[in-house]
Design a protein around this ligand. Sequence first.
Ligand SMILES: *[C@@H]1O[C@H](CO)[C@@H](O)[C@H](O)[C@H]1NC(C)=O
Ligand SMILES: *[C@@H]1O[C@H](CO)[C@@H](O)[C@H](O)[C@H]1NC(C)=O
Ligand SMILES: *[C@@H]1O[C@H](CO)[C@@H](O)[C@H](O)[C@H]1NC(C)=O
Ligand SMILES: *[C@@H]1O[C@H](CO)[C@@H](O)[C@H](O)[C@H]1NC(C)=O
Length: 275
Amino acid sequence: MRMSIVCATLCLLYSTAVTFAGEIVMLQWNPHWQCFEDHPECSAKATAMVAELLTTKNLDFANLIELETTELELPAGWVALGDFQSCGHDWDSLIYNAKRWRVLANTTGCMLDSRSYTAARFMSIADPSLGEVLAIGAHYPQTLNASSQGYEKGTAALKQVIKTLGGSDQFVIMADTNTEGPVAAAASPEHHGVNKTNGQLLVDLGVWGEGAGAPPGAKLFNGCCYNDNFSWQGDRIVANFGRVTSSEVLFNPAPAWAAFNTSEFHRAVVLTLQV
Ligand SMILES: *[C@@H]1O[C@H](CO)[C@@H](O)[C@H](O)[C@H]1NC(C)=O
Ligand SMILES: *[C@@H]1O[C@H](CO)[C@@H](O)[C@H](O)[C@H]1NC(C)=O
Ligand SMILES: *[C@@H]1O[C@H](CO)[C@@H](O)[C@H](O)[C@H]1NC(C)=O
Ligand SMILES: *[C@@H]1O[C@H](CO)[C@@H](O)[C@H](O)[C@H]1NC(C)=O
């Protein structure tokens, strides 16, 4: 009798711990294509790094932009969507933890020429009460020149994706937005142009209320690029649900294997949401 009560208690604690910790952990990273072209060390190290981050950070979702390799060996339990060349030469791979999430629908396509997205509607396996999450990984076009309308065209494409996949009020985007926040944009004259807060980004996608304040998201950081001395913001993770418990920038300083003249290697960011 006593043994079975002890076991019941421990087993419950154990199964809760291994299945769901009440957190969703996400990565956004754009190691950039030069790493995978004529730079075998960078390619091998970046590819191994993805596998390492999935397990050490215990990621739910990882959005990898321009991880242009077929050599990625995913650890058991993770699955990639959109891990191929789409939209001209561009790649946007969305990796998910299949022990915790089931895909209900997914799609890969173009925000604009040479700018990919991969999006999926997921159902939580770990905690069915969490329900569905619509996750988008995206590579925005350059948006600085307002008259080229890259931001508007790319946003319109993603709004259509949200409409098509539908079904979930819980939304998260992991993206290289190629768009700075207002403070960073104002800080240097050559960065003046299109700029967006995290809130504006979600309002424009139709998943956040105008005037609703700042949505949960990774702290904005200068992540692009190695050969620009990381002077630009743009890589973001923003959600319309949950509460931020940590936001961590990786690769500062840049690893030696990514440090070559033509490298446009980005820093990465890991966001943990309490849900
Ligand atoms: C994602 O979509 C593709 C294309 O529709 C489909 O073949 C594939 O089975 C889907 N993947 C998952 C995990 O549902
Ligand atoms: C901005 O975009 C417009 C429209 O595509 C183009 O005509 C113009 O040359 C661009 N300006 C710069 C500075 O690239
Ligand atoms: C940021 O964007 C706003 C419009 O949303 C614009 O009025 C402002 O001039 C921009 N800031 C910079 C520094 O370009
Ligand atoms: C790069 O940025 C660092 C930190 O902001 C600065 O100290 C350094 O002078 C910059 N180097 C170049 C070449 O711009």
